[in-house]
Design a protein around this ligand. Sequence first.
Ligand code: NAP
Length: 250
Amino acid sequence: MKRVENKVILITGGAMGMGRTHSELLASEGAWVFVADRDAAEGQATVDRIRKSGGKADFIALDVTAEGEWNAAIGRILNAAGRIDVLINNAGILVLKPVQDTTNAEWDRIFDVNVRSVFLGTRAVIPAMRTQGRGNIINISSIYGLVGAPGASAYQASKGAVRLFTKSCAVDLAPFNIRVNSVHPGVIETPMTKDLLAPADQRKAVLGPTLLGRAARPEEVSQAVLFLASDESSFVHGAELVVDGGYTAN
Ligand code: NAP
């Protein structure tokens, strides 16, 4: 028996970065993964790679800020699979600006993509999960939703909001047997952090608080997501799973 055998999983931002490695690992562990992203070419490429290695996956075009697209995506999954076991709210963007330089438009955009999307996705899956009598929602926050760092105020506020929204949903959705948890990655090598981790002196500064002294591979976070998506975490609810090489331990 694989660890998420036959589970139907929707993951947002599944085309690139950690979303891609989460999708690939979950499919290799038996899930039917619906890879949702606004980038159709890369999303389909992720699906093709999964299918080539024997996994089950489909691409869904979804801009997580568009409510109508959420409803269409959930409808398509229910038509195809008859249920939705796990929603992973992973899509996100990073704006690196100190608070004094952040514009209203940047603030609004980051809250739209990183926070409102999590609300829209959560609300969209609740009816199906209630009908099923069980569900599982995994929200990708960040260490930047736990502690401060220089020059990322809007991003940090958005990830802090995801952290507490998760706990609030854990309270509201427990009566429906819907588990809700957040994941807090540290510094991970993905397209998102390419500019953050260069040049060398900036890389050293960003990685400074990481006790293990390195950035992580996306696959190292995928293992935590797999645990939360599986029934191995059946009593984990309203929790924050930190995967940061010790960044927040000091
Ligand atoms: P990434 O490499 O930039 O990948 C993010 C994916 O989400 C991309 O495919 C992107 O598509 C997609 N996306 C962005 N906006 C979207 C929208 N409106 N609708 C649908 N898809 C959208 O990012 P990552 O580093 O893997 O990060 C994944 C998650 O982990 C994010 O929530 C991020 O904040 C969080 N995180 C990352 C780190 C890190 O160090 N990398 C650390 C902590 C937390 P496009 O390419 O078209 O933009």
